[in-house]
Design a protein around this ligand. Structure first.
Ligand code: NAD
Ligand code: APR
Length: 233
């Protein structure tokens, strides 16, 4: 591990699965209980804003009752102890990485604890069910939506993500199916830019063949073991 200084870690719904938060495509995953077209697209929001607001209010309530698991805790330990560059790029909208103590976290799909005003574009901390149509703290308009990236919308802070990938010596993908781009393509970007690549996932992802190494099992087992390896030097 001596040659590894800069690390980019991509996490997906699988890292929060053992905290009790539905993944999107596993078994009875989130999408199977809610048609994607009905809740996670701008068109859905335009067609039936109440349905979408109720869905994300429900999802936020559920997430708030969950706790970080051993995988989040291990990544927070690595974040605190790692001397080089380290960035946790998460596709998740939950705040379990932060609640476990991680600081260097980038939410490329937004955060369920933020609201986005469609009138003035301001982001603000979520203050209560959006179905109640609270006023935007900036402009006063009752035009708030979840600050979550929907299908068909561009993920956030891609320039920062690619800047980190350019510097990465190691790219680790944890708990993501490799089904959704651009996140699913990061492993290839990392390889092309010279990084080593490691997959930690319950089972082989759609991109597993692009990884130099893949370990399969629950994140709460794989991630603490990998972090101990990294901190042992
Ligand atoms: P995409 O083309 O990047 O992803 C395609 C994959 O998304 C499909 O393989 C499928 O797994 C899923 N998907 C997309 N539309 C679907 C549908 N109608 N039914 C079932 N599965 C569907 O998706 P995109 O539209 O280009 O998304 C753009 C960005 O929005 C991506 O970065 C994506 O990750 C993001 N996004 C965020 C959320 C969220 O809730 N945070 C939800 C969806 C998408
Ligand atoms: N430990 C490790 N991996 C797990 C665990 C676990 N306990 N449980 C599930 N997984 C893995 C599954 O094998 C699957 O590969 O996590 C992955 C979850 O995949 P998805 O449900 O597709 O979630 P994700 O990859 O985060 O979806 C990407 O798609 O819908 C959009 O924007 C949304 O962020 C989401 C993106």
């Amino acid at each position: 591990m001596a040659s590894i200084r800069n690390i980019v870690i991509l996490t997906g719904a699988g890292v929060s699965a053992e905290s009790g938060i539905d993944t999107f495509r596993d078994g009875g995953g989130l999408w199977e209980r809610h048609r994607v077209e009905d809740v996670a697209t701008p068109e859905a929001f335009a067609r039936d804003p109440e349905l979408v607001l109720r869905f994300y209010d429900m999802r936020r309530e559920a997430i708030q009752t969950r706790q970080p698991n051993a995988a989040h805790a291990a990544l927070a330990r690595l974040d605190a102890a790692w001397p080089g560059e380290l960035l946790i790029v998460t596709q998740n909208v939950d705040d379990l990485h932060e609640r476990a103590g991680a600081n260097r976290v980038l939410h490329m799909h937004g955060e369920h604890l933020n609201a986005w005003c469609t009138a003035c574009d301001a982001r603000s901390p979520w203050r209560g069910p959006l179905i109640a149509r609270p006023a935007c703290p900036e402009c006063g308009e009752r035009a708030l939506r979840p600050d979550i990236v929907w299908f068909g919308e561009m993920p956030y802070r891609m320039d920062e993500i690619f800047a980190a990938l350019r510097e990465a010596d190691l790219f680790v993908s944890i708990g993501t199916s490799g089904a959704v781009y651009p996140a699913a393509g990061f492993v290839r970007n990392a390889r092309d830019l010279g990084a080593r690549t490691l997959e930690l996932n319950l089972e082989p992802s759609q991109g597993t063949l692009w990884f130099d190494e893949a370990r399969h099992g629950p994140a709460t087992e794989l991630v603490p073991a990998w972090v101990e390896e990294m901190l042992a030097g």
